[in-house]
Design a protein around this ligand. Structure first.
Ligand code: GLU
Ligand code: MG
Length: 426
């Protein structure tokens, strides 16, 4: 880029949180102050969590009151230099009270607590987010679906994105031209719980960072037009007891072990409520339609890309591989979500399944339909009493208010306008 270089520049480092709207927001401070800032954080107020994806705070139970801090996580310091001297330099962090205690509305804390609840069953989750997006600036040509020519035409983007992720400390897994016009998909190797969600957040940011430097945009919004091709964010998960993978059992129903089947049964049982976190925009529901390779039922099936939970295939390279590779893919998710809330809610639902010893439905059982709109998903969340215990009744109620205000803001919008509004944001 042709920007001037100021020799007296004082490096700034941003500290942000991927918030309820799924947007990384925060503040920057001089890097020279890092020692102090790592302890002290940067200031924030309670109503910040009510910032809608479109920007405005439509409504807030907190008003103008209160102080909080964003505390940078020293483990999540990202520094990725780009050509021309510009650097992506930021921390991801948690929102804490001014006395340092966790703030229960913090999405990253929501996930961290879910992981603690799972640990009571001596289980940990390893996950990978497979994310689809549209890249502007790539020519839409007939026949470009999955084509080597589409791959070629995205130019340096894919390699720059994978390189940025590797520099940021993650292991790139794959990059491909997808089915839709200008659609691509990027996946990072599976990581431990919290870090998997961090990786998803960083991947979205790095895709935006690379695209911005190419005068383009990487758009993760679930549907760019109501009848278009959907962008999914598929969450692959496996459960482990220490270093032993425990999800797979070749003799189990769907190949899932008796020990972990209740986890996935819990996810299915809470799926309507989970949609409010994993598919949390109005545009999400144009994607969750028949014939879109996206789910419409709260179902689980082996190698079925139309199922809500898909038992993914295993490609064997060694005898130990099958158990280590075995994973279940949650497909009712998209890029308008906050990865911490999404994975956190899935795990909370799984933990409930484990606590109650729920059984997976019989393979031929009829599965209920998923909510058909964000409004219906929020109603399902409201009706799901247990979901109040995942954080607190106050947080659940504030989240419902927050999302309902987003629907209200789009009252007069046509489906096309709704898709456009979200595509501007995500
Ligand atoms: N684009 C589809 C979705 O919206 C998924 C296609 C695939 O299976 O990769 O989820
Ligand atoms: Mg895909």
């Amino acid at each position: 880029m042709d920007s001037p270089v100021f020799m007296q520049a004082d490096p700034l480092i941003f500290v942000g949180v991927c918030d309820w709207a799924g947007i990384v927001r925060g503040k920057a401070f001089p890097e020279a102050d890092s020692d102090v800032r790592l302890k002290k954080g940067v200031g924030l107020t309670h109503s910040n969590i009510m910032m809608s994806c479109f920007g405005p705070i439509y409504t807030t139970p907190f008003g103008t009151l209160g102080d909080l801090i964003i505390r940078p996580d020293p483990q999540m310091r990202i520094e990725v230099p780009f050509e021309g001297g510009t650097v992506e330099r930021f921390y991801l962090g948690d929102i804490a009270n001014t006395d340092g205690s966790a703030w229960e509305f913090c999405p990253r804390t929501f996930l961290a607590r879910a992981l603690e609840a799972l640990a009571k069953f001596d289980l940990r989750v390893v996950a990978s987010f497979e994310q689809e997006f549209m890249l502007t600036g790539v020519e839409d040509r007939p026949g470009a679906t999955y084509a080597l020519d589409s791959f070629r035409r995205q130019g340096p983007f894919g390699e720059a994105l994978m390189g940025a992720m590797r520099t940021a400390g993650f292991k790139p897994d794959s990059f491909l031209p997808e089915y839709g016009p200008r659609q691509f998909e990027a996946t990072i190797a599976a990581e431990e719980g919290l870090r998997a969600a961090d990786a998803a957040v960083v991947l979205r940011e790095m895709a935006r960072a690379v695209a911005w430097r190419m005068d383009q945009r990487a758009i993760f919004s679930p549907m760019l037009e109501p009848d278009g091709i959907g962008n999914g964010t598929h969450i692959h998960m496996s459960l482990w007891d220490g270093s032993t993978p425990v999800t797979s059992d070749p003799d189990g129903t769907y190949g899932i072990s008796e020990r972990t089947a209740p986890f996935f049964a819990g996810v299915l049982a809470h799926l309507p409520a989970l949609c409010a976190f994993t598919a949390p925009s109005m545009a999400s529901y144009y994607r969750l339609m028949p014939n879109r390779w996206a789910p419409v039922h709260a179902d689980l099936n082996t190698q079925d890309r139309g199922a809500a939970l898909r038992v993914a295939p295993v490609f064997t390279a060694s005898p130990e591989e099958p158990a280590r590779q075995f994973n279940v893919e949650y497909r009712v998710a998209d890029g308008s979500n906050c990865p911490y809330l999404a994975l956190g809610a899935i795990i909370w639902a799984g933990v409930d399944g484990l606590a109650r010893g729920l059984a997976l439905p019989e393979p031929d059982a009829k599965a209920p339909l998923l909510p058909r709109s964000l409004e219906a998903a929020l109603d399902a969340l409201e009706a799901d009493e247990l979901a109040g215990s995942w954080w607190s009744p106050e947080a659940k109620s504030a989240y419902l208010t927050f999302k309902r205000a987003e629907i209200e803001a789009l009252t007069d919008a046509t489906p096309e306008e709704i898709c456009e509004r979200y595509a501007e944001v995500y």
